[in-house]
Design a protein around this ligand. Structure first.
Ligand SMILES: [Zn+2]
Length: 439
């Protein structure tokens, strides 16, 4: 009888494959795509984002890149900031900082075709995950690009920092706001920042030079209560409804400019009603034969850096919530409008800003095209660095992709992701080689 033994070459093949497997995920091979999938699988969604596991994953990866230093800063307990540093050859030059946030908005798994934290890749290469576009792609692409550059012996002239901050999706007060206000940040001597942008649905990349500043406006009306059948002036509801009408007209006039193609959405003031609170509750719903003595409405307002906040405040006092109609108001400013010198929070996109030309050329060198620079309709952590007078662009190298941030079925295609690494290699090497000491 012949005894069967496994062929020797199969055994050695198996052993060599085992030794090649990832230190991060033993069941998968280790490629930029599998590493991206692993980062996407950490559930960093609010209200309970897990920051410890992704930071440890990123730190392990960063420690495999020769010369890349790692440190964890904590300005609020359990809200860590991971900071990576690749020292430049000329320490007298200011540094560049690449920022991304660790957290994401929640996802409703039942509305997704693939589970939002499984990072499933389809046969077409689409990777489905919460955070695939916003903004775990860029966090990993920064690292992959640096790792790639270092493997070819790249040494930057300027020091390069990469930061991973918590809580961007809830305003960044315990994240980027505290980080940029810290002594540690001051010591980084940052001269230029890249932060997240947004996907482009066509073949050109988008770039953002400013964010809009959010305001929350609450208007409260009071008036004489009365029987539901009675006609009289100055009821709380009547006063509030008049305000809603005036505000709706303002909203329409700004929206019309956008619809006519004369401005991009980020360039106008937007105002949207978000809640109405009135009525006297009853067991069946609301008391119908009584006009209430109080009513309230809430509005989300977004101001581009070109808007005059004082002018808008005057409009609110005079037209939207005049005291003569028994209205009071409250404005909650959710971020700065001006930098430390009183200038609008916007980064120049012309020859006055050398970072702009370098950035643009680096995109071209990587075979990409840039569309007209935009003001972001929403907000990012970039506003905190712009507030310090530091130039910052919002950029995510995602093209030919639907804009799915905060949406169901957020995905990014593998080829798009890999091309993004190539784009960042070009951007990082160009920006960090800029040797003019006055910037
Ligand atoms: Zn984001």
């Amino acid at each position: 009888m012949v005894k069967h033994r496994p062929p020797y070459f199969l055994l050695t093949l198996l052993l060599s494959l085992l030794s090649l497997t990832s230190p991060y995920h033993s069941a998968e091979e280790d490629t930029p795509i599998t590493r991206f999938q692993q980062y996407l699988r950490f559930d960093t969604a609010h209200p309970n984002p897990n920051y410890t596991a992704p930071i440890s994953f990123l730190k392990t990866f960063a420690q495999s890149v020769p010369g890349l230093q790692t440190q964890i800063l904590e300005f609020t307990p359990n809200k860590p900031v991971l900071l990576l540093t690749l020292p430049g050859s000329n320490p007298s030059l200011s540094s560049i900082l690449l920022n991304s946030h660790l957290d994401s908005v929640p996802a409703e798994p039942s509305k997704w075709v693939h589970p939002p934290f499984a990072a499933h890749k389809t046969s077409d290469g689409e990777i489905f995950a919460r955070g695939a576009q916003d903004d775990k792609c860029i966090g990993m692409q920064y690292l992959e690009a640096l790792s790639n550059l270092r493997s070819k012996g790249f040494v930057p002239a300027r020091t390069i920092h990469v930061s991973y901050v918590p809580d961007e999706e809830i305003g960044g007060l315990d994240g980027a706001a505290k980080f940029t206000a810290s002594k540690e940040f001051e010591n980084l001597n940052v001269g230029f920042v890249l932060d997240e942008g947004q996907a482009s649905t066509n073949n050109v990349f988008r770039v953002f030079y400013a964010d809009r500043t959010p305001w929350n406006l609450i208007i409260r009306a009071s008036g004489t209560p009365g029987h539901g059948s009675k006609m009289f002036d100055n009821s709380a509801m009547e006063n509030l409804m008049k305000s809603v009408e005036v505000i709706s007209k303002f909203r329409e006039s700004h929206f019309d400019v956008v619809k006519a193609g004369n401005a991009m959405i980020g360039e106008v003031i937007s105002v949207n009603p978000v809640y109405l609170k009135a009525g006297i509750p009853s067991l069946a719903g609301f008391v119908m034969n009584m006009q209430p003595s109080e009513a309230e409405a809430g509005f989300d307002i977004r101001l581009p850096p070109t808007a005059d906040p004082d002018l808008l405040k005057k409009r609110i006092v005079d037209e939207w919530a005049p005291a003569a109609r028994n209205l009071t108001y409250q404005i909650i400013e959710k971020g700065p409008m001006r930098d430390h010198k009183g200038c609008p929070l916007a980064t120049a996109t012309d020859d006055s800003n050398p970072w702009w030309s370098i950035f643009k050329q680096a995109i071209t060198a990587a075979g990409g095209k840039l569309s007209k620079p935009e003001i972001l309709a929403s907000t990012t952590d970039a506003r905190y660095v712009r507030q310090k007078g530091i130039p910052a662009f919002g950029f995510s190298p995602i093209k030919n992709t639907p804009i799915l941030l905060h949406d169901h079925n957020e995905f990014l295609k593998d080829t798009n992701y890999l091309n993004g690494i190539k784009v960042y290699k070009s951007i990082i090497s160009s920006l960090s080689s800029f040797e003019d000491g006055s910037y």
